[in-house]
Design a protein around this ligand. Structure first.
Ligand SMILES: [Zn+2]
Length: 512
């Protein structure tokens, strides 16, 4: 009986666990058994590895009883990336390569039937985990070398075939092949606010949303610039910190998206179409659920255009992540948890046909249809929205006059950054970073009392504002004060904040 050992990494959500892969060869009738909770893909691994080995010129699959054990057995394992570790263990057990180098390495990679090594998902979180555990080397498909080298403290080797893997394990030099250099950095491609003429109120709403981290609801007929503005929100948000950027990159890696040789420092933007499935929006899939758009928008912006057109199930599924900043996706064998702390931007037409509010006024919707359309966005979602902004069509003459005079994203981003710095100074001792995160009680008891609070009391007495509405207005007033560089909200800031969420409030009152 001969033994070989290698290591890989099991991924459930973003949680990575080192997996020991042992192969024992000898005794018994020639057959291959994989133990340790394999899913269908792992069983296919047996056939794939057998063919790959045969076609690699390194030998044939052992004509004995081959037992492959993946442990810990209790960990659900899925995916094709265990191939490389399985084959490495087999090569050791077959005396083709020495064990030595494998003792300090993790391997990730799928093999093709011809013995080539193919790209897989999740290399970045896997290599991160290995580095944390003190493993010295990571052997990954060459396609992921740049991505894996984002992790410090571990030596990364790229391989393109089993031949190269064998050479590496024997201590030979393997010529390095690198994936294509990164495409143009995202920061250079972010759309600029300078392109949006007019809509001064809505531009201000975007700025306040960015400064305080507030969720935003843009209403208006088609063509007034709702999408243009929403797409420009990430461009005025501050850069991500190193830890945040690593989270964003790890989620991209798990989704099979490109991860370059630099951490993504700009906040991501995700805008799923309203016909997207619940799984595509919040995450899902059969064996171990994959991240959805809400996780790809983590630390960035999730934009739902034509929000009332999303299915009720999708909108309902947003509730928990909006509260907790995470999504848990439970399946029979595994619960995958993904971060999903995004800034939400909803956009909606005033009515199903979209024509109401336009100058032509060609709307054909019945009042009933208009009401139902508005009601599709349920209370729990709208409860989370701090700013409701209505956009109106602008005349061509106005647009012509406004063209070229719009502020650029860089100018607005600078104001946002200083407002964020003020918040951090005030809120960090309380454990928060942005005004939008501050819970009602903290807002009322632990922060200085804004000027003009009497205005809020009046609004409550007149039935224009609910208790929750008071908190939202206070949060907004703080952000407006932060943008103005004021020590605390003044009466005018409270008035402005009231105006910014009035559209929402009137509706709440009307609906009882
Ligand atoms: Zn209509």
């Amino acid at each position: 009986m001969r033994l070989g050992r290698a290591r890989s990494v099991g991924l459930v959500g973003l949680q990575a666990t080192l997996v020991d892969v042992e192969a024992s060869v000898g005794g018994g009738l020639p057959r291959t058994v994989i133990v340790g909770l394999p899913d269908a893909a792992l069983n296919e691994a047996r056939e794939r590895c057998r063919a790959a080995l045969g076609n690699s010129g390194l030998g044939t699959w052992p004509q004995h009883l081959v037992t492959i054990n993946l442990s810990p057995a209790s960990l659900p394992k899925a995916g094709t990336h265990f191939d490389l570790a399985i084959l490495a263990a087999i090569l050791v057990a077959s005396d083709v390569v020495p064990q030595l180098r494998l003792d300090d390495s993790v391997l990730m990679g799928e093999v093709g039937l011809d013995g080539s090594v193919r790209p897989v998902r999740g290399v970045l979180p896997a290599v991160l985990r290995a580095a944390e555990a003190g493993v010295g080397h990571a052997i990954v498909p060459w396609h992921h070398v740049r991505e894996a080298r984002l992790v410090e403290g571990i030596t990364v080797h790229g391989v393109g075939s089993l031949q190269e893997l064998a050479a590496l394990l024997r201590g030979a030099e393997v010529p390095e092949r690198l994936p294509d250099a990164d495409p143009e950095p995202v920061s250079l491609r972010e759309p600029d606010l300078a392109d949006v003429a007019g809509q001064l109120e809505a531009r201000w709403a975007i700025e306040v949303a960015a400064a305080g981290g507030h969720h935003l609801y843009l209403k208006g007929p088609p063509g007034v610039g709702k999408t243009l503005l929403a797409e420009r929100l990430p461009g005025i948000l501050p850069d991500l910190g190193a830890a945040e950027a690593l989270e964003v990159a790890a989620i991209r890696s798990l989704s099979g998206l490109h991860v370059g040789s630099e951490l993504p420092r700009r906040p991501p933007f995700a805008s799923p179409h309203h016909s997207a499935t619940v799984a595509a929006v919040v995450g899902g899939g059969s064996a171990i659920p994959q991240p959805g758009a809400i996780s790809l928008a983590h630390r960035g912006v999730l934009f739902l255009d034509e929000a009332p057109e999303f299915s009720a199930r999708t909108l309902e599924a947003l509730r928990t992540p909006l509260e907790s900043g995470r999504i848990e996706l439970a399946r029979v064998r595994a619960v995958a948890s993904y971060p999903a702390r995004f800034q939400l931007v909803l956009a909606a037409n005033p009515c199903p046909c979209g024509q109401s509010g336009l100058r032509s006024n060609a709307c054909t919707c019945t009042p009933m249809a208009v009401r139902r359309y508005g009601e599709r966005l349920s209370g729990p979602i709208l409860d989370r929205i701090d700013i409701t902004q209505t956009l109106r069509p602008m005349t061509q003459a106005y647009l012509r006059a406004a063209r070229g005079s719009a502020e650029s994203s860089a100018v607005v981003a600078a104001r946002v950054a200083s407002a964020r710095a003020r918040q951090l100074e005030r809120l960090a001792p309380l454990g928060y970073r942005t005004n939008a995160e501050v819970p009602g009680p903290v807002l009322r008891q632990d922060l200085p009392r804004p000027g003009g609070v009497a205005l809020l009391d009046q609004a409550v007495t007149r039935g224009l504002l609910s208790a929750r509405g008071v908190d939202k207005t206070m949060r907004l007033a703080w952000t407006i004060a932060d943008l103005a560089g004021a020590a605390k909200p003044r009466q005018t800031d409270v008035q402005l904040a009231l105006a910014m969420r009035r559209g929402d409030e009137i509706e709440e009152v009307r609906c009882g």
